[in-house]
Design a protein around this ligand. Structure first.
Ligand code: G16
Length: 548
């Protein structure tokens, strides 16, 4: 067996994928993400890194997802998935950044040799990877660069084709748990649809069938998956799929999808003639890992049911089931949010449950949620899931209920553990979860929305020459750099009743993000624009774009 890097092979393949000299790549909030046309060398190198990560973990299968999720269509990206189906270990994000920036093939080999040494990788171990891509036009070309990376390391690879990000995470976990007592499911797309639809049917058995649900698929890969899921659901839930044009150039995430709805706080224009007052609708994002619900009231006014509202709905439902099951002393539920969580949601949840605030990025929320018996995590943008710890799963299987009501509640909890994609936020799994709770509570969108009243809020973004000049602390709620800017922001906040605002660099787009909320809509808008103005001035005016 070979115990050194195949230098000649790497060198010759790497020469086919030169790094553009003017770009610095960074493994950010959700992997590498930038203009698809610049990512060829990154994909090749990620292929090698995935193989090395697998070797480091004794040949366990690593996932690679080629997607830029909510970003505009010309962007693309790539992220690595660890064997449990969760995000790449943080230390390796640094390795990935270093390796992606090696300027020549020989520098690349030097960087790889250094990683092999520092991470103590036994190169004689096998390398196994599974990969997928979303529907972006740049996807096929980038995938072939990725495959060259696998080839350079003689990795065994499985192509999962065009799939949603959560399906890829699901496959990774299934492959790595296959044949063990922790088997997560059948490692196929069909296995995924079967697992979700079977548990959904169990959970809604005996409940009135919900009226059809309108699903805005963002013209992305979620359209293909939702179509499949619709068939498995049969007449237990009818999904009316909209924005399903996966091959129309420029359509992806354009004036539709979860990010559009959340940021603009309005209906995708394409739904205006489709959605009737009182009807439920939801939007997925470009790779179907985020979900936002909404409805129009009797007067046709739009109401948003975002990730915070999903967290409140779901957490309350699980707490109630745990209580009915007679397990409230043994199973503790906690919630994880980020600074973007609406202040009203945080207050609502804190009155009922432990709540933790962490920096943006599913990886941060996921790790914090793992510390609870049941950890409910959702970003306000609709990205999230629920994690049941292994001891909790064991407890649910071993528990001997003493009444029929307890028994039913435990069965429901067990079915929820099957319905929820516990590897990562999953729009389709989360959608079924929401539908289960609505069916059980007989809630309309309006009743769900009335759990608490959102504080008016506004998101804005400012393009700046160097977003890394903006550094934060306290779970991104305060800026430490540029010096003095936080003091100016604080002074502004103090002028607005119920004012809260923060500024942070995006990890997925080349912008600085601004969030603001206040007691009144006009004030939230004004505060956001004024804070964005401060960022714009600080960044040097001329080279920054006007806040949007
Ligand atoms: C990704 C991350 C999310 C994050 C979002 C925005 O979502 O997975 O956790 O909230 O980017 O991040 P940022 O504000 O740093 O740009 P997605 O759906 O685009 O993969």
């Amino acid at each position: 067996m070979n115990s050194s890097l195949p230098i000649k092979l790497i060198q010759s393949l790497s020469d086919l994928h030169p790094k553009p000299s003017h770009i610095h790549f960074q493994y950010g909030t959700a992997g590498f993400r930038t203009l698809g046309s610049t990512l060829d060398s990154v994909l090749f190198r990620v292929g090698i890194i995935a193989a090395l990560r697998s070797k480091k973990l004794d040949g366990r299968t690593i996932g690679v997802m080629v997607t830029a999720s909510h970003n505009p269509e010309p962007d693309n990206g790539v992220k690595l998935v660890d064997p449990r189906g969760d995000m790449l270990e943080a230390a390796w994000e640094g390795h990935a950044t270093t390796i992606s920036n090696a300027s020549s093939s020989s520098d690349l080999i030097e960087a790889l040799e250094s990683l092999v040494q520092t991470a103590k990788i036994d190169l004689s171990k096998p390398a196994n990877v599974v990969y997928a891509r979303d529907t972006r036009p740049s996807g096929p070309g980038l995938v072939s660069a990725l495959e060259d990376g696998f080839k350079a390391m003689s990795a065994t690879s499985r192509n999962a084709g065009v799939a949603t990000t959560p399906i890829l995470h699901y496959l990774v976990k299934c492959i790595n748990t296959k044949g063990t007592k922790y088997s997560y499911g059948d490692d196929s797309e069909e296995g995924y649809y079967r697992k979700l639809s079977t548990s959904y049917k169990k959970l809604v058995a005996g409940k009135a069938v919900q009226p059809p649900l309108i699903v805005d698929c963002a013209n992305g890969v979620g359209a293909l998956a939702a179509e499949q899921l619709n068939e498995y659901l049969g007449d237990t839930l009818q999904l009316v799929l909209e924005n399903t044009s996966v091959t129309t150039p420029g359509a992806l995430n354009n004036a539709c999808g979860a990010d559009y709805v959340k940021v603009s706080q309005k209906l995708p224009p394409s739904l205006s003639s489709v959605l009737k007052p009182g009807q439920r609708a939801c939007s997925l994002d470009g790779d179907a890992d985020r979900l936002i619900y909404y409805y129009l009231d009797d007067r046709g006014v739009f109401h948003l049911l975002d990730g915070d509202k999903i967290a409140a709905l779901v957490a309350a439902f699980i707490v109630e089931l745990v209580k009915v099951a007679g397990l409230e002393d043994q199973i503790k539920v906690g919630v994880v949010q980020t600074a973007y969580a609406n202040g009203a949601s945080t207050r609502y949840l804190q009155e009922r449950l432990p709540v933790k605030c962490v920096p943006t990025g599913v990886k941060h929320l996921h790790h914090a949620a793992e510390r609870y018996n049941v950890g409910v995590y959702f970003e306000a943008n609709g990205h999230g899931t629920v994690l049941f710890s292994q001891p909790t799963l064991d407890k649910l299987t071993e528990y001997q209920p003493s009444t029929p009501a307890q028994s039913r509640a435990v069965e429901h909890l067990v079915s929820l553990t099957e319905l929820i994609n516990q590897t990562v936020g999953d729009a389709l799994s989360d959608m079924l979860l929401v539908e289960v709770v609505l069916a059980h509570k007989s809630y309309s969108g309006e009743e769900w929305n009335s759990l608490y009243v959102d504080l008016p809020n506004r998101l804005a973004k400012v393009s700046v020459p160097n977003r890394n000049a903006f550094r934060t602390e306290d779970a991104e709620r305060r800026l430490v750099s540029p010096p003095g800017l936080q003091t100016k922001i604080d002074e502004l906040i103090n002028r607005y009743q119920g004012g809260r605002s923060f500024v942070r660099p995006s990890g997925t787009e080349d912008v600085v993000r601004v969030y603001a909320e206040a007691a009144l809509r006009t004030q939230a808008d004004e505060l956001a624009m004024r804070v964005a103005g401060l960022v714009y001035d600080e960044a040097g005016g001329e080279t920054a774009s006007r806040p949007k």
